[in-house]
Ligand binder design. Structure first.
Ligand code: KIV
Length: 260
């Protein structure tokens, strides 16, 4: 039995919530020990090579969600509603239902959109909010909540999302002091990325933490591995083996049956 929404909510104030992004079957099986596998629209950048998350489509998110769902046994699966897929209540509900049919347990959307959130929840689908830096629409990737007035707006946004019924809120690139105030002010868990240590949980893009994505590494990322280097070294060795004919060797080779 995999984790439930209530398992995640119950962690607030006791144990930290661990979240990584996941977009495919193999990585989902390897990362399934976390609390939440987030099928993030960051897939657009790390899986599809887009400049940002804005062009990601519903069809793409459905495919990634299916793949992750095939590999999950333990974690809760939250899937991102991509840009422009929740511009009105009818679209938001229909697209959330597609992600649930693909295997998600909940959906995530960006911004202060209480009516849209209420409509999705009314259709029986749990919603994770997302405040602070909103990559689908941001013009620049800058730290949010740095001034007292910005902090107050974010705090009010978080309360509005909570009142609308979200079961948790991702905070992205929010000043640590503001993050702490929001986390203490709401009863739903906050999940931080680039927000310091005072969230109820943490999320990282899996390609960043494994050192797989070389295009950019934000300050808030801790690289646990340098997989891109290991992969390039392995592929270089393979190319050399093919060229100098040391692969395939006898142990990799099939033979005909000997005729008697
Ligand atoms: O798409 C994503 O990876 C996300 C995280 C940055 C929270 O939304």
């Amino acid at each position: 039995m995999h984790k439930t929404i209530n398992d995640i909510i119950a962690k607030k104030g006791s144990k930290k919530i661990s979240v990584v992004t996941s977009y495919d079957y193999t990585m989902a099986t390897l990362c399934d020990q976390v609390d939440v596998l987030l099928v993030g629209d960051s897939a657009g950048m790390v899986m599809l090579g887009y400049e940002n998350t804005a062009p990601v489509t519903m069809d793409e998110m459905v495919l990634f969600t299916k793949a992750v769902s095939n590999g999950r046994q333990n974690a809760l699966i939250v899937a991102d509603l991509p840009n422009k897929s929740y511009e009105n209540e009818a679209d938001a509900v229909a697209n959330s239902e597609r992600l649930i049919r693909a295997g998600a347990d909940a959906v995530k959307l960006e911004g202060r959109l209480p009516d849209i959130i209420r409509a999705i929840i009314k259709a029986g689908i749990p919603v994770m909010g997302h405040l602070g830096l909103l990559p689908q629409t941001a013009k620049k990737y800058t730290v949010q909540g740095k001034t007292e007035s910005d902090a107050k707006v974010l705090l009010a946004d978080a309360k509005a999302l909570q009142d609308a019924g979200v079961f948790s809120i991702v905070l992205e690139m929010v000043a640590a002091e503001t993050t702490k105030r929001i986390t203490e002010a709401v009863f739903v868990p906050t999940i931080g990325i680039g927000c310091g240590k005072d969230c109820d949980g943490q999320v990282l893009v899996i390609h960043d933490m494994l050192g797989l994505f070389e295009k950019l590494t934000p300050k808030f990322v801790k690289k646990y591995l340098s997989l891109s280097e290991a992969i390039k070294k392995a592929v270089a060795e393979y190319v050399e083996n093919v060229e100098n004919r040391t692969f395939p060797a006898e142990e990799h080779t099939f033979h005909m049956e000997v005729q008697k």
